[in-house]
Design a protein around this ligand. Structure first.
Ligand code: F6R
Length: 256
């Protein structure tokens, strides 16, 4: 993994957006995997700025959300479809028909997972997967104990994740118990993974994912098996990394 330690969330936004812009400029029909939550917000903000000020176009881009709550309609205020529209998609020229997410209202949820997995493959696979990291080390909604080869499927959220995400609902009881999420295997098939982690609450999961053993107990640690991961972390999220200074030196010496 390439670990990039940056001073602030806004700097992470700029560097993350730069990586995505470079991909799209070289490959206008790129396939993006999109995460929600607070971590990627600055990346989306900077992509919107690049669209408005620099003419970066998403017209030919296809995108796939990493996860969605089971039981929420796409226009539910806390659905991830609504989130991505509010924070990104409707501010750029990404056609709605090219914005895909698991259907949390599907009657056949097992079939929906399989359909979504096939849709990603049919689009040629994901060129760049943007990810956050849960306080319990999850990626997507692959909670601890998830198979490292899992595909898109239904997962049950842990009590910790429901608490962490209660801020997007009126109470923790409103947070759905189940989600559809791309699997760890799905995520590992993306050609480039861009992981974003901000704040002290992410220090422990970042250290375990990056420097700990690869284990299903820390789903983010599976990224160590991927040949191309870029992790953008702020100083607080990097604070428990044993090799922090080495990562700083490596990045500072990187040829441009
Ligand atoms: C969101 C997702 C989750 C979040 C993670 C971190 O689509 O799949 O894995 O990325 O829970 O959430 P934040 O960024 O809100 O701390």
């Amino acid at each position: 993994m390439e670990i990039v330690i940056l001073a602030s969330a806004s700097e992470i936004g700029v560097v993350g957006a730069e990586i995505i812009e470079r991909l799209i400029r070289g490959r206008p029909n790129a396939v993006l995997g999109l995460a929600t939550g607070s971590s990627p917000l600055d990346v989306y903000r900077d992509l919107i700025r690049r669209h408005r000020d620099g003419g970066l176009s998403f017209r030919a881009v296809t995108s796939f959300l990493v996860d969605e709550y089971v039981g929420l309609s796409p226009d539910h205020p806390s659905s991830y479809r609504r989130y991505i529209n509010e924070h990104f998609a409707t501010h750029v020229d990404l056609p709605q028909a090219q914005l895909h997410g698991p259907n949390g209202l599907a009657e056949d949820l097992i079939g929906e997972g399989e359909r979504y997995e096939s849709a990603i493959q049919a689009a040629g696979g994901v060129d760049l997967q943007l990810l956050g990291l849960g306080t319990n080390g999850h990626i997507g909604f692959n909670e601890p104990g998830s198979s490292l080869q899992s595909c898109t499927r239904v997962k049950t959220l842990t009590a910790q994740t429901r608490l962490d995400n209660a801020r997007y609902f009126s109470s923790v009881d409103e947070v759905p118990a189940h989600v559809l999420t791309q699997g760890i295997g799905t995520i590992l098939r993306a050609r480039h993974v861009l992981l974003v982690a901000v704040g002290e609450a992410k220090a422990e999961p970042v250290a375990r994912a990056v420097e700990g053993p690869v284990t299903a107990m820390v789903p983010g640690s599976a990224l160590q098996l991927h040949p191309r991961v870029t992790a953008l972390v702020d100083e607080a999220a990097a604070s428990r990394l044993q090799l922090a200074q080495y990562y700083r030196d490596t990045y500072a010496a990187k040829p441009s």
